[in-house]
Structures are given as structure tokens and as C-alpha cells.
Design a protein around this ligand. Structure first.
Ligand code: 5AD
Length: 349
């Protein structure tokens, strides 16, 4: 590393902040050595805050019906080759029952923007879950809804909400989304969620089409200022039935590098080694954890729908990605010195 680069990294560690220009320089200058160095620092910080533990979340993909037409996403409304499904509240409760037995204490209900899931239906479901499993946290990841809806869901018991910002650059946001969708709405949603007292997760795809180093620098700056409780960062992976079918996938190296930076600028963040990272590399989750991640989200959806929630090509839902194979995940984490814990795994602030 050059003297200049070492200075930048020292500033990053000491102040947990760089200017967007400096982030851009760092991103452009990264090499194997720098990545390994930052991963070591990031991992040490995560160990200090959360210990040598990994939190697990049971991910239930409740519906792949979506009104949006995001250009990157395999379950976009325009994909006529996607076999649609929707779980009933009873099916969701069965997943949770199974997950609880397996040792999950956080359940993430994720889905497309499916109007069938009204506030009334979701609030009923949330109340039932919270009554049956008072020791569990419930995370929602159901896209953009109105502030009133977010309030209702929060009052019915939702603890956390994941809504990736996707990119912190407005023109880039427009390049990834149809014109009906707006960057400002996305940002407003994130602010509302925070104000309502959710633990909030934002996040972005790594090396999505048209993404530049400057865009990523803006994402890092956004994370620095928004201070999310969770942050989902995974490589973009093309899906064959989307306009981005022939675009390149993001890399393991760049994703791990960014996980490390996010851990350094935001020590308390709950940072998953994402399914997308596991999908591009057989050791992706392990490498993510060793770069500063401290969460994994195995799939708890019913087996017959798992291959239908296909956001991108070859999305993993078997092996250690399946909640039923928690034993394999535990062994994999133990092999790198980490223990999977049975806990809600709330953010430390
Ligand atoms: N590659 C990687 N991640 C994707 N997502 C959607 N489509 C893709 C893709 N092709 C991510 C988005 C979304 C989350 C649920 O999945 O960031 O917010």
C-alpha cells in the first residue's frame, strides 16, 4: 500500500468517516493486501462488540407476487415466466413453529409488494406470532408501504424492517428501477421506519449495472449518516428473465471489502453474510463473516416454494442455506471460530 493509502485507512479507522472523494479513492485503490488488512480490522471490531458469535434469522419468503418492475429482480411484475405463490398466514405460522424448534429467535417475513398482505392481515399475523413466541423478534421486509401502514405494523408487534436503499445515487436509482419508482419515496420510507422505532436495515447491491466507485462511495456516506441498525450488502447477480440478464455479477472480493468498511464505520451494525454472497462462492458466508459480517439468514420457507423466490440465477436455498440444515451451518461457522447462537440478536447501540 502507498503512504497515501495507509493514511486514508488510518483516517477511516480513527474517525469512522471519509469524504465521498476519499471513499472513491479507497475503492479504486483496493487490492488483495488492502482487503485482507481491512478484513482483519473489521473482524476485530465485530468481535469486540458482539463476541465470536453469529446471529441467525429464519427467512420466510411469504410471497413472490410483486407490483414493481425493478430491472434487476427475478420476481419483477413483468417476468411472465415466474411461477407465483403466496403463503397463507397458517403456512407462515407453521414455518415459524418449525423455526422456533430449530433454534431461531428472529423471523424475517420477506416478500414482493403483494397487495393481498393488507395491514389487517399482517397485524393479525403479527399479534398471533408475538403472543405465541413472546421471546422472538419479527422482522418485516415487504417493500414500500405508507407511514400509516408502517405504524400499524409496528404497533402490532413488528420489531425490525429491512428496506434496501439499493443505491444512494438518485440517477443510478432511476437506472435500476422503472420510472414509477422513486428514490425520494424510498428514502422517505427509511426515515419513517426509523422514526417509528423500528430497528431499520438499508443496503445495496454490489456491482449492480452502471454502478461506479462514486456511487458506492455515496452508499458508504449514506450508511455513515443514516446509521442503520442492519445493512444488507450482497453482490448483484443477473437473472435470466430480466433486462439485466447479460450483465456481469458482482464479485466476492468487492463485497467482502465493502462489508469490512461498513463494519469499521459502523461497529454496532448487524451485518449479514447474504444469500447472494453464499450463492457466488461455496465459502461466501464464511468469507463474509471473516470480513466483518455477524448475521446469516437461512431459508425457512416451505420446501415447495423455495425455488420460486428466484431473485437471481442460481440463488441458494439448500445446503447450509436451508434452516433445516442448521447443523451444517453451525459446523461451518465453528470451523472458522464462530458460534451460532440461539438469541434474538438485537442491535447493540
Ligand atoms: N442480484 C442480487 N440481489 C438482488 N436483489 C434483487 N434482485 C437481485 C439480483 N438480481 C436484492 C435487492 C432487494 C433484495 C430483496 O434482493 O437488493 O432489495
Amino acid at each position: 500500500m502507498t503512504h497515501k493509502q495507509k493514511q486514508l485507512i488510518q483516517k477511516l479507522i480513527d474517525t469512522r468517516s471519509l469524504t465521498t472523494e476519499e471513499y472513491t479513492q479507497l475503492i479504486q485503490a483496493q487490492d488483495t493486501k488492502m482487503r485482507a488488512y481491512l478484513a482483519g480490522i473489521a473482524r476485530k471490531i465485530a468481535d469486540q462488540v458482539y463476541g465470536k458469535t453469529v446471529f441467525i434469522r429464519g427467512l420466510i419468503e411469504i410471497s413472490n407476487i410483486c407490483k414493481n418492475d425493478c430491472l434487476y429482480c427475478g420476481i419483477r411484475a413483468g417476468n411472465k415466466d415466474c411461477m407465483r405463490y403466496r403463503l397463507t398466514p397458517d403456512e407462515i405460522l407453521t414455518c415459524i413453529h418449525e423455526g422456533y424448534r430449530l433454534g431461531f429467535r428472529t423471523f424475517v417475513m420477506q416478500g414482493g409488494e403483494d397487495a393481498w398482505f393488507t395491514d389487517a392481515i399482517l397485524c393479525d399475523l403479527l399479534k398471533t406470532i408475538k403472543k405465541q413466541y413472546p421471546d422472538c423478534a419479527v422482522t418485516l421486509s415487504l417493500g414500500e408501504r405508507g407511514e400509516e401502514s408502517y405504524r400499524n405494523l409496528r404497533m402490532a408487534g413488528a420489531d425490525r424492517y429491512l428496506l434496501r436503499h439499493e443505491t444512494a445515487d438518485k440517477p443510478h436509482y432511476q437506472q435500476l428501477h422503472p420510472k414509477e419508482m422513486s428514490f425520494d419515496t424510498r428514502m422517505d420510507c427509511l426515515q419513517s421506519l426509523k422514526q417509528l422505532g423500528y430497528q431499520v436495515g438499508c443496503g445495496f447491491m454490489v456491482q449492480s449495472p452502471y454502478q461506479t466507485a462514486e456511487h458506492i462511495a455515496k452508499d458508504l456516506k449514506f450508511i455513515e449518516t443514516f446509521q442503520p441498525d442492519m445493512c444488507g450488502i450482497g453482490p448483484f447477480i443477473p437473472h435470466k428473465d430480466t433486462p439485466f440478464y447479460n450483465q456481469m455479477a458482482g464479485t466476492l472480493e468487492m463485497t467482502c471489502f465493502l462489508l469490512s468498511i461498513v463494519r469499521i464505520i459502523h461497529p454496532y451494525v448487524l451485518l449479514p453474510a447474504t444469500t447472494a454472497l453464499g450463492s457466488i462462492d461455496a465459502q461466501g458466508r464464511e468469507k463474509g463473516v471473516l470480513s466483518g459480517a455477524n448475521v446469516v439468514m437461512p431459508n425457512l420457507s416451505p420446501a415447495n416454494v423455495r425455488d420460486k423466490y428466484m431473485l437471481y440465477n442460481n440463488k441458494l436455498s439448500s445446503g447450509p442455506e436451508a434452516a433445516q440444515n442448521l447443523q451444517e451451518l453451525k459446523q461451518r461457522m465453528a470451523a472458522i471460530g464462530y458460534e451460532v447462537v440461539v438469541a434474538r440478536g438485537d442491535v447493540k447501540r
